[in-house]
Ligand binder design. Sequence first.
Ligand code: NG6
Ligand code: CA
Length: 478
Amino acid sequence: MVLIYADDAGFGDLSCYGATKVKTPNLDRLAAQGIRFTDAHSSAATCTPSRFSLLTGEYSFRNPGATILPGDARAIIEPGRFTLASLFQQAGYETGAVGKWHLGLGKGNLDWNGPIAPGPNEIGFGYSFLIPATGDRVPCVYTENGRVVGLDPADPIRVDYRKPTGPEPTGKANPELLKMHPSHGHDMTIVNGVSRIGYMSGGKSALWVDEDMADVITKKATDFIDRNAAKPFFLYFATHDIHVPRLPHKRFLGSTQCGVRCDAMAELDWSVGEIVKALERHNLTRNTIVIFTSDNGPVVDDGYKDGSVENLNGHTPHGGLRGGKYSAYEAGTRMPFLVRWPARIKAGTTSAALISQVDLMGSFAALLGRPLANEAGPDSFNVLPALTGQSRVGRDHLVQQSRGITIRKGKWKLVPAGAEIRAAAGLPTLSSDNAVELYDLERDRGETRNVAAAHPEVVAELTALLEQVKREGRSRRG
Ligand code: NG6
Ligand code: CA
């Protein structure tokens, strides 16, 4: 099984979801050969919480520590916890995590110059090659199985998120050294001509080159497939594209009609093609499940002046949904979601089933014939029949996290009252902030008409259901 987890790719960013200014032929081929979902969700509208849920099968709102983490954060999934990776590992699979992590590493106050643990290797991944946090956060180095790659011990790494670690130039003091300027934040240590969030010193020989990042991690992912082709394996391949800083390799620059954000999308599509080719090389196409999805909705300016806003050229990253990254509305969590499995899934299927990434644990537990222990994956449902297209029905309801939490049930979406949720959606505070919002997504996909007043019984039902999911600490029974 290969799970390709993109970063910040929105519902409208793939040509198989309607994009026209950027072409994603490799992703489109996955869709044509498998099943394409139109109501599949990440757990949250930001990265860390979504990744936490994907791996643990637990809604991230239950874990107050699962917020966007700094690059020096401690590991938030405790060692030994049952995860999607340990499910596969216990079933005899080789397991690997390659790419963006952003779930914390170590126990706090991490020394990047020694062994880095706990991390993925302590929660079920036999192999790991990581971007520790995000491309825009220090340290700008890769780790492989708990060691910084290419580190010269004579030039140790120091990382701090509060104060400078040394005399290195920063975006704030030395903007003349930048090849890309921040639009907000991102004005601390400069690495590769880009100022980051956080300060770091040392580790010169280990610093990544952003323009080569997709090449580097894609190669590590295909190497993993090459090494393990003769065995069952689970590869979690978390791409950096299309998160900021968007610095795709020059061969992708200008390859689309909607600026560098779309060029990064083309690079992502290339990475997907390389994975597909690796499977073909080993004759593994028919019986290897490939899933493609993304961690949160789209954002155009996420803190760097990279021309994405100016060059959008009519491209709609949200694909007609309301909101985007950070938002309580649908584009925050409704994701592109493709599953290809020629042995079991009929080619060219589309499904409107409501499913969530938090369900992967429960679904693969069912597929592997390894029932979940009661405490494992408390919010992870078995939606395998929907994933394979045998059933049109997914989950009954779904909780979505932004700064607050919202709930979906069937065609209804409830956004509880609260200024916080509006703020997270990038909307101004209103006098009506105490008003609950209800949308009928069947009639009003873009969430433009609040029909709460007309359906008090639905508001009451969904409010009670949301309270119950919160109160009970779990939503999976049996
Ligand atoms: C925000 C950053 C944004 C991005 C995001 C995390 C600023 C102003 N904004 O705080 O650039 O890094 O965190 O994105 O610093 S995520 O996809 O990993 O959740
Ligand atoms: Ca993200």
